[in-house]
Write a protein that binds this ligand. Structure first.
Ligand SMILES: Cc1cc2nc3c(=O)[nH]c(=O)nc-3n(C[C@H](O)[C@H](O)[C@H](O)COP(=O)(O)O)c2cc1C
Length: 420
């Protein structure tokens, strides 16, 4: 028996040594793991005055530039400086006082005086009795992300500023909200779905008396669509050099028939160059004869509202401009008696969706046009546009553009006016 005892003791201490070594290895492994972490990891003793740091890993050295030996025994507030937001410090102070965890982004100072954004998380550690004995802090340098966000915000603000300016230019290019021209009363309504619209409209007073009117809708929205619609506005303005709307002939300048305008546009703006196509309706009103000669290119049919009688869509068809090379277009003619109206609109009107994704549609448009026919032109049109906006609950997904003309008293034929 007595011979076995020393043997047993030796075995027991060998096991204890093995266990100790395993523990030491495990601790060393944990230390190495903590040291290779990209983040700073710190532990503060909650029971010592002013909660000094009792541990900091190598990540903390890399993030802050302070050596571990320099920081042990100090409260971590030494990382703060004049640019640190007192509100962030207050947030940490309150969380620590209430023994809660917290996560803040705080401006800190490295050892060399440079600043960095510290995404700091602090978590209390409790013992078996539930008392907070330590706090663990994890410091991540998020400066690059903050700067990228800041740059992005600034770029977004600059872009929004530019878009607002461009939208103002676009508004300035619109025809007046109401006007009288060449025997017509004219009103328009325009509600872009974003700041910039792909819809455009224009009223052109030809020198000889006729009045040209167009509405167009570039596919898509935003800057690309607006740029093309700006260009088209310019191309269709009669003062632009080489205007598409007027040509010189032996008898002097004459108004180009609408179908030829559509064909010219189709040649000038092919989709493979612009990546966009557009729908277009253009007509020329001859006040002497009350004739409205027009072309339609993929555009929703305008609504003709006679002085007496129900509204009806105007005839006409043609492909959107730019879609197919060498597309041909036909002129149509509508005769307007005094008091007759024609409503032009873009598809944003009939395709406006309500909350259950139902379209406003042609039938409702006709009803609204009929309903407000007794009102003066501009306020009647505003009611129609209002009904569309109400239908979509104020959140338009497409531009809403409307133009209406009403024939006034017949004009005396102007001898030199030529529209065909
Ligand atoms: C474990 C731990 C790590 C901390 N790390 C940071 C840090 O990296 N940067 C910092 O500005 N504050 C840090 N703090 C917060 C400050 O030490 C201090 O709690 C804070 O400034 C609010 O207290 P005060 O008002 O006494 O300064 C840490 C706190 C603890 C407990």
């Amino acid at each position: 028996m007595s011979a076995e005892r020393p043997q047993q003791n030796e075995d027991a201490s060998a096991v204890a040594r093995l266990q100790e070594r395993a523990l030491a290895d495990q601790l060393a492994l944990k230390d190495r793991a903590l040291d290779v972490a990209a983040e700073g990891i710190t532990i503060a003793d909650a029971r010592l005055p002013d909660r000094p740091l009792i541990y900091a890993n190598e990540g903390f050295e890399r993030v802050t530039g302070y050596a571990i030996a320099e920081v042990l025994g100090r409260n971590c507030r030494f990382l703060q400086g004049p640019g640190t937001d007192p509100a962030a410090v207050e947030e940490i102070r309150t969380a620590i006082a209430n023994e809660r965890e917290c996560l803040v982004e705080i401006l800190n100072y490295r050892r060399d005086g440079t600043t960095f954004w510290n995404r700091l998380s602090i978590t209390p550690v409790r013992n078996d009795l539930g008392e907070v004995t330590h706090f663990i802090g994890i410091q991540s340098d998020v400066t690059a992300r903050r700067e990228a966000e800041h740059g992005l915000r600034r770029a977004k603000e600059a872009l929004e500023h530019d878009l607002r300016l461009a939208a103002r230019v676009q508004q300035a290019l619109l025809p007046p909200a109401e006007q009288q021209l060449g025997g017509l009363r004219i009103a328009r309504a325009f509600y872009p779905c974003t700041d910039l619209a792909g819809d455009a409209m224009g009223v052109v007073a030809f020198p000889e008396g006729p009045v040209g009117l167009y509405l167009l809708d570039v596919s898509g929205h935003g800057v690309g669509a607006a740029l093309l619609s700006f260009t088209l506005n310019h191309t269709l303005s009669p003062s632009a050099e080489g205007s598409l709307l007027i040509e010189d002939s032996r008898q002097g300048p004459s108004v180009v028939p609408p179908s030829r305008v559509a064909e010219r546009l189709n040649r000038q703006f092919p989709m493979d160059r612009t990546r966009q196509y557009f729908t277009f309706v253009y007509g020329v009103f001859d006040g002497a004869h009350g004739r409205f000669r027009y072309v339609m290119a993929g555009h929703p049919a305008p609504v003709f509202l006679p002085m007496t009688g129900p509204p009806a869509p105007l005839h006409g068809r043609g492909l959107p401009i730019g879609m197919i090379e060498n597309a041909t277009y036909d002129d149509e003619v509508a005769v307007m008696e005094p008091g007759d109206r024609i409503y032009f609109y873009t598809d944003g009107v009939i395709e406006a969706l309500d909350s259950s994704e139902e379209e406003f549609g042609h039938a409702r448009l006709m009803t609204e046009i009929e309903r407000h026919r007794e009102l003066p032109l501009p306020s009647g049109l505003d009611r129609v546009a209002g009904a569309v906006r109400e239908w979509s609950g104020g959140s338009l997904r497409d531009d809403v553009t409307l133009l209406v003309i009403e024939r006034g008293e017949p004009l005396r034929p102007a001898s030199s006016a030529r529209t065909d």
